[in-house]
Design a protein around this ligand. Structure first.
Ligand SMILES: NC(=O)c1ccc[n+]([C@@H]2O[C@H](COP(=O)([O-])OP(=O)(O)OC[C@H]3O[C@@H](n4cnc5c(N)ncnc54)[C@H](O)[C@@H]3O)[C@@H](O)[C@H]2O)c1
Length: 386
């Protein structure tokens, strides 16, 4: 079995190591911090013990799985790896340094991958003498549970490296989608309005957080409301992703971050992890009740879902990914109740265009421009799936 190298034993690196070892690979897990390595080892042991208790794995399997992982602080131990996945701090200069050092240690055939969420793969690849071996392999958190993996070839990546990387990750039981090397890839780009438009509705005073969350879960079918989800992700993390995507898109107003969320992050009200975000957490915290007004609720769902559909349609229009991959990414990566392009067909393309044009008429902001693809399809009377 091919040896897999993982650089960085934080939340993502540890999860990816578990996935690779579950698939039977020997894994070398490297980190600069001895503490991070020890934390990774002991948290895997806890996860395995829980799986044994639940009867999902035998004690022998658990032991074998843990023994396949070697923990190291020596980068040269990556020498025999056929694939190395980097999951260290999100900093381009540091990543470039690691890639360049790594390349001098491994075989010529070794694929070098980054799990970055927001940095351009092309810029990381440029640190290598053979950039054609570099690719993005983007897992979601927690890696062992989330099915989706985005595969991102850079302009430099060879077709063989793309094919081999995708084949391998498919063999690990993941659902792979191929995305262009553009900000946010598929999921972190297409999902922006779920947060951004909900924050906008809140800021306009149209509804409070509990009502918007109620509408999108109860009427919209989303597993978690946007404010509950932002509190869960953490406002530091979620705000930074939004700001990074906004800057990377040359300040396209469609991705403009929200002051409300920025202030929460600045105040240290980071969400669940700090006991307070949009909601209060803790034993005596009372959850506010939503205003269960179906007409208001449906208007909220229509606005947020239409903005999501517009974003998905524009991603297809700009060839960021195929129709099927865009829909798979949102159902498998962030558990949306339906693929957004399928949802567009159900609502009707003409209705989606009318809703976008109504928003644009009201606000006169570029944020609400309708994707040319939706407009063309409405004119032709076509749909995404027929
Ligand atoms: N957390 C998420 O939800 C998520 C999801 C997808 C992708 N990512 C991406 O995965 C990467 C890692 O994220 P994370 O959440 O696991 O971070 P983390 O902070 O949990 O872990 C990062 C680890 O990298 C180690 N590290 C830092 N610099 C290093 C170096 N020079 N060499 C070796 N190890 C080094 C740290 O000691 C730490 O253990 C980032 O690029 C991030 O954008 C994160």
């Amino acid at each position: 079995m091919m040896q897999i190298g993982i650089i960085g034993s934080g939340a993502m690196g540890s999860g990816i190591a578990q996935v690779a070892s579950t698939a039977g690979h020997p894994v070398i897990l490297y980190d600069v911090s001895a503490e991070a390595l020890e934390k990774s080892r002991s948290s895997l042991e806890k996860i395995m013990n829980r799986l044994i208790e639940k009867g999902r794995i035998t004690a022998d399997e658990s032991q074998a799985l843990q023994q396949r992982i070697t923990y190291t602080r020596e980068l040269p131990d990556m020498k025999g790896a056929g694939l190395v996945i980097e999951a260290i701090i999100e900093d381009l200069d540091i990543k470039k340094k690691v890639f360049s050092e790594l390349e001098s240690l491994v075989d010529q055939e070794t694929i070098l991958a980054s799990n970055t969420s927001s940095l351009p793969i092309a810029a990381i690849a440029a640190a290598c003498r053979h950039p054609e071996r570099v690719i993005g392999i983007h897992f979601f958190n927690p890696a062992p549970l989330m099915k989706l993996v985005e595969i991102i070839p850079a302009v430099q990546t060879s077709q063989d490296v793309l094919n081999n990387a995708q084949k391998l990750i498919d063999a690990w039981g993941k659902v792979t989608v191929i995305a262009k090397d553009t900000p946010g890839f598929i999921v972190n780009r297409v999902a922006r309005p779920f947060y951004g438009e909900s924050l906008r509705i809140l800021e306009e005073g149209k509804a409070d957080v509990a009502t918007i969350d109620w509408a999108l879960t109860e009427l919209g079918g989303f597993r978690m409301g946007p404010f509950t989800l932002m509190d869960y992700i953490g406002h530091d993390v979620n705000y930074t992703v939004t700001e990074t995507v906004f800057e990377a898109f040359f300040y396209d107003p469609r991705y403009k971050p929200s002051f409300t969320q920025k202030r929460l992050a600045q105040a240290g009200y980071l969400g669940r992890k700090s006991g307070r975000g949009f909601y209060h957490y803790g034993d005596d915290a009372k959850k506010p009740s939503p205003v269960e007004d179906e007409i208001l609720g449906q208007a909220i769902v229509d606005r947020v879902v239409t903005m999501l559909i517009n974003e998905a349609a524009d991603a297809l229009f700009l060839n960021i990914a195929s129709r099927d991959h865009i829909d798979l990414a949102m159902t498998k990566g962030v558990n949306y109740p339906k693929g957004l392009l399928r949802w567009a067909d159900e609502i009707g393309i003409t209705t989606c265009v009318e809703r976008m044009d109504d928003l644009y008429e009201e606000y006169r902001e570029d944020r609400y421009r309708c994707s040319p693809l939706l407009r063309r399809m409405a004119r032709e009377g076509s749909s995404f799936y027929s």
